[in-house]
Design a protein around this ligand. Structure first.
Ligand SMILES: *Cc1c(COP(=O)(O)O)cnc(C)c1O
Length: 386
């Protein structure tokens, strides 16, 4: 490796040149099958569910970026999560951070549940509380840090240390941070999952998932599951992700610079009652986050002050777009309780603090002044006249 820095690895990491032609971009190998030179004489590929050169280039890239043993690309973040969960058995229990992506909760609550694989919500931001939730059947924990949508920070190293004493596999959904800001495997985690739909793709034009494992044994098992269950990423989407990842560091620098300004603006605004953003010094997760990540990322949640109508706020936005998803170049806003986290029952949402007044903002890379003036006018208009 002729480089040390992730800024370079984003562009040259993994398999970065086409062996046969020297093409500096890995071609889109849009093929389902491969000629065999005789019975059992394959040239390294036999069928694209099992292996495809474009997908492999992406898989080797994400593995290198996360510092793992092997990477795997899937048709969505949920397909990646499902494949990773398939490493476990009926009778096993998994602990999940108290605010995780709604789909992660749903697949455990409504799908894996049928196979006798159970879950329990645990406050991973409090290592002692987490340790108390460990029972003999707990075999894994899924952490998001910062977690979705309340940006709760979990000390990944502390949870990994406790988990490993109990033989528990630590899975981190690193979607919000990306390997540019945080590398969970280096903090002791065992497996990293990404919804690459978000920052890694970065342009809101591809749905994809990635997983990175840290041992040969996990790699063998996950490769087997990936090939057996078949939720693989296609060659064109793999190409789009490789292309997106090349600019990850410059995008994230702008995303996070804008986010800090947006969070400070919201924090000081009298029309806003609460701001959740670990990049603010006043945030309870600030210090732990800074120990394990480069900065607070670019996801902010907030609540409007009393006397503001949330619906009017959403309808008044002109630049910032009301939509599901996050991590694209454009600023997006969403309402977790009816959108991304609607699949979590209301009692649980209330219990973990995902209120109906909560707004989640994915700060884009537009000019910050334009973002702030749009937020400002929408907050002003949302004030209910007395
Ligand atoms: C979007 C998201 C997922 C699910 O990914 P898909 O690509 O939509 O399947 C999982 N985790 C987090 C944190 C997400 O934001």
């Amino acid at each position: 490796m002729a480089y040390k820095n992730i800024n370079t690895a984003l562009i040259h990491g993994g398999i970065s040149t086409d062996e046969r032609t020297g093409a500096v971009n890995i071609p889109i190998y849009q093929t389902s099958t491969y000629k065999q030179d005789g019975l059992g004489k394959m040239r390294g590929y036999e069928y694209s569910r099992t292996g495809n050169p474009t997908r492999e280039a992406l898989e080797s890239l994400i593995s290198e970026l996360e510092g793992g043993h092997a990477g795997f690309a899937f048709a969505s973040g949920m397909a990646a999560t499902t494949a990773v969960l398939s490493l476990f058995n009926s009778g096993d229990r998994i602990l999940i951070s108290s605010n995780v992506y709604g789909g992660t909760f749903r697949v455990l609550d409504k799908v894996f549940d049928h196979f006798g694989f159970t879950y329990r919500i645990s406050d991973t931001s409090d290592p002692a509380a987490f340790e108390r939730d460990i029972t003999d059947d707990v075999k894994a924990v899924i952490i998001e840090s910062p977690a979705n949508p309340l940006m709760t920070v979990t000390d990944i190293r502390a949870i990994a240390d406790i988990s490993h004493r109990h033989g528990i596999t630590v899975i981190v959904d690193n979607t919000f941070m990306t390997p540019y800001l945080q590398q969970p495997l280096k903090l002791g985690a065992d497996i990293v999952i990404h919804s690459a739909t978000k920052y890694l793709g970065g342009h809101s034009d591809v749905v994809a998932g990635l997983a990175v494992v840290s041992t040969e044994e996990q790699a063998k098992r996950l490769a087997f599951i990936q090939n057996s269950t078949g939720g693989v990423l296609g060659p064109f989407d793999s190409f789009l992700l490789i292309r997106g990842i090349k600019t990850l560091s410059v995008r994230m620098d702008r995303h996070t610079e804008n986010a800090l300004k947006a969070a400070s603006f919201l924090h000081e605004h009298k029309g806003v009652s609460k701001v959740f953003y670990p990049g603010l010094e006043s945030d309870p997760g600030y210090e732990v986050n800074l120990r394990q990540a480069k900065n607070g990322g670019a996801m902010i949640s907030f609540e409007l002050a009393e006397g503001h109508d949330i619906n009017t706020f959403f309808e008044s936005l002109e630049l910032v777009t009301l939509a599901e998803s996050l991590g694209g170049v454009e600023s997006l806003v969403c309402h977790p309780s009816t959108m991304t986290h609607a699949s979590i029952p209301k009692e649980i949402r209330d219990q973990v603090g995902i209120t109906d007044g909560l707004i989640r903002l994915s700060v884009g890379i537009e000019d910050i002044d334009d973002i702030l003036s749009d937020l400002s006018q929408a907050i002003d208009r949302s004030e209910v006249r007395k």
